[in-house]
Design a binder for this molecule. Sequence first.
Ligand code: WTA
Length: 654
Amino acid sequence: MQEFDPHVLEEKPIAPPAEFQKRARVQTLEEYKKIYDRAKDDPEGFWGEQAKMLDWFERPQKVLEWDLPHAKWFSGGKLNVAHNCLDRHLAKNGKKVALYWEAEDGKRLKFTYAELHARVCKFANALLTLGVKAGDCVAVYMPMIPELPIALLACARIGAIHSVVFGGFSAVSLADRIGDAKAKWLITADGGYRRGHVVPLKDTADKAIESCPTIEKVVVVKRTGEKVAWKQGRDLWWHELEEKASAKCPAPAFDAEHPLYILYTSGTTGKPKGVLHTSAGYLLGCMYTMQLVFDLRADSRDDDVYWCTADIGWVTGHSYLVYGPLANAATCVMYEGAPDFPKRDRFWEIIERYKVSILYSSATAVRAFMAWGNDWITKHDLSSLRLLGTVGEPINPAAWKWYFEVIGGNRCPIVDTWWQTETGAIMISPLPGATPTKPGSATLPMPGVISRVVTMKGEAVKPGETGYLVIEKPWPSMLRTIYGDDERFKRDYWTRIPGVYFTGDAAQLDADGYTWVLGRVDDVIKVAGHRLSSMEIESALVSHPSVAEAAVVARPDEIKGEAIVCFVTLRSGIEPTRELRAALGEHVAVTIGTIARPSEVRFADLLPKTRSGKIMRRLLREVAEKGGVSGDTTTLEDLSVIAKLAAAKGTDEE
Ligand code: WTA
């Protein structure tokens, strides 16, 4: 959880920079409040009106059917998500660039809306020839190449549900996710590039499929040209399928609530949950926030060039690199690789090259840039930038200010956007022309979002007191369920504090009603903005033959926000060694993915537990925060003292 400094509450808000404000869609706080109140007083009227920004084949008859916790938005309405992202723009914007893609090795590609549309239609036809039908699930395990958004939009076009698994996940994680969604098709690539190295995605996919009996066909993009194993009859080259396919593919009308995608995310238990998003409400949430939060200009001569640096494997990439910007006919930049390849100024080079005007990145990236020093930045012309955004984790005021001054040249507002995989779209954020900002605060809820900070009993906490962040009313882009586990959907989100959506975050409100998100209250860890579960890492550790028990906690990390610290007790007769420590770290990386590789593995004689036998993570968090054991130490840490102290206090709260 963020180290909370109450002094930040006293800081004077920073007014939206004047030049920006003059041309913004919403230019004053009063105007924001008017829209907010209008939405609050008549949510259905408000969302009904907003929904007109979608291109409907049949208009909805009802805005909302709400049977807590199940929402149906825009019943009776029919639309096609891919049509909304592509076809509808062709007449006016067919020649406009939809996507600038830059490979890590410097290769560049450009797709107009007409070109992207043709590619999507071809691949949609290819999927149809493979027997994919509306409602079927297609798993996607790809690097950041243009075929990734093309695959997503092709699925959406024919009504197939995509389930993207981030390329940094292991074979085991991929197999779990394919198994849960019972996907019959997998789209992957022979490999991807990261810092000049080949990431062997096809090999990993092959390993995963060994335990995925549902998979019938695997479509493989040729990206690296490396030799890969090939299973005749199952594996198919993407380019061969596309060559044979027609560029004409109708976009059928689907119900507003037709499922669009599943995206797995981590929760409290070790089993990832498949967050299900549906069509119209989700797309509306993405489109609407692109307009208000990013103040997107996509219909004039000085259109924005918008760059969201997230990987499409995460929700930010889904909502703000694919669906939100394309539905708004924006010009987007997509970059394949690492920010420090070949050098630490790659991002600034890209911004200069494409004249990026909106940059949406993570707090971790900002902190890393800050640590690399300003020399990498000052040699580039960043004057095209007009708006900056962050997402995924709390941003500390020092990093916020650096971003504002050094990257934004004091002229670009920063939108610190709070939201979640489950919310589908941004929920709390400044409107850049209207909301005075306070470094470290996501500020105020979007019009249409009723957020509160409450006690476990649902009572509002006073300004400056910590409580749970909840959302009171349904919103169009909310998750509809956990795929295959509606009980968990109800339990995790709607019954903790009855009647409201439980976000899992702790927060405070200040005297101006600004929201300060402090971090998770459950066992979710945010490493570099990536969402991981302590329990998932613990089960990976105990699956190692040397481990008896494991407890995983986060400790604050200057760059990554949080770092993973593992406490491990060994089976009898197993000696703690440096080699074993490294092997356990590797074991976690192989089991879950490299993103889950622990920063520290600490050997302990025993783990502090409550009387009922639950590991006291809170105590371990304190131990972890005090700093690590020196790299050489392989002796067992004696945690019996803290365990005894805790037992003496009779704490059994965890
Ligand atoms: C955290 C990412 C503080 C929060 C879009 C949330 C944030 C979790 C912010 C969701 C922010 C996201 N300030 N914390 N601006 N944005 N978070 O599902 O803990 O990967 O619950 O979605 O990230 O992570 P997820």
